[in-house]
Design a protein around this ligand. Sequence first.
Ligand code: FAD
Length: 277
Amino acid sequence: MPDNTGELISLLKKFKNNNPIIIGNGSNILCSSKGIYEPVIYSGNIKSAIFFNTTVEIEAGAKSQTISKMALDKGLSGFEFLIGIPATIGGAVYMNAGAHCQTISDYLINAKVYDYKENKVLHLSKEELDFSYRHSILKEKPYILLSAKFELDKKNKTEIKAKMDENLIFRKNRQPNLALPNAGSVFKNPKDCELSAGALIDKCGLRGFRIGDCEVWENHCNFIINKGNATSTDYTNIVFEIYQKVKEKFNIELTPEIIYIGKMTKDEKEKWKILKK
Ligand SMILES: Cc1cc2nc3c(=O)[nH]c(=O)nc-3n(C[C@H](O)[C@H](O)[C@H](O)COP(=O)(O)OP(=O)(O)OC[C@H]3O[C@@H](n4cnc5c(N)ncnc54)[C@H](O)[C@@H]3O)c2cc1C
């Protein structure tokens, strides 16, 4: 749990050959019930945000909701969508998180990352970060986001606040709250398909479908909730079953958005290999 960027880099240097895993808010992660071999680094204590006119440089562990409120305070628009997404800036950039027609890449100018294989800090432009739907270059390289710089728009605070409130109201019935533990959207929406992943799952009759203590949420089928004692094996099995049912009915292969970390059995390894291909 490093307290600053220097400590983070020291840990990355120490563990460079052990495939270190960095965790932000952990909101899109399915962690194995069997444990994790790799060293896990929590970034949440590295969280400064420095505003200058319409730009802001934010460290990786800063929480999305805090940043959204800070931007409102300064009369800056662009982060209204972040009010409803449980994330850190590092996790949001890695995933290219988005909602309500905004994504984190829209207002990003550049980012500072640490290449832990080469032991060097890199300054990447927006183009070099290679953003697309729920994708950034961080998914492909041994890069850890240290901070990112954004250029926001000046706007009336009342308008910004109204948009944030609208986003929160929209999510109230469409996203499970913390009383229903979940790892966010399970699958990405498929390309070239009019139906969302949730709608495809629903059309397969899987609303409320359950394996062990994992259940397809009744209000939105692209969320799987933990009814009590769900294990990562329950989760893997239900995700794979959904994938197969959608493939059988629509000939569409859904790709998971969630990220699995930790140990797997042979059977789980095979399932995730198929799911991630
Ligand atoms: C109820 C709920 C609602 C959600 N709604 C949305 C939504 O509307 N839109 C959306 O896009 N997502 C949504 N999500 C998913 C999740 O909030 C986002 O993917 C978010 O960006 C994850 O951020 P995090 O800090 O929690 O990342 P984590 O889950 O901790 O990590 C996700 C990935 O990012 C990597 N990572 C984290 N920090 C860094 C770093 N500093 N450098 C490099 N890699 C890093 C991790 O290693 C991991 O691979 C939702 C999740 C939940 C539970």
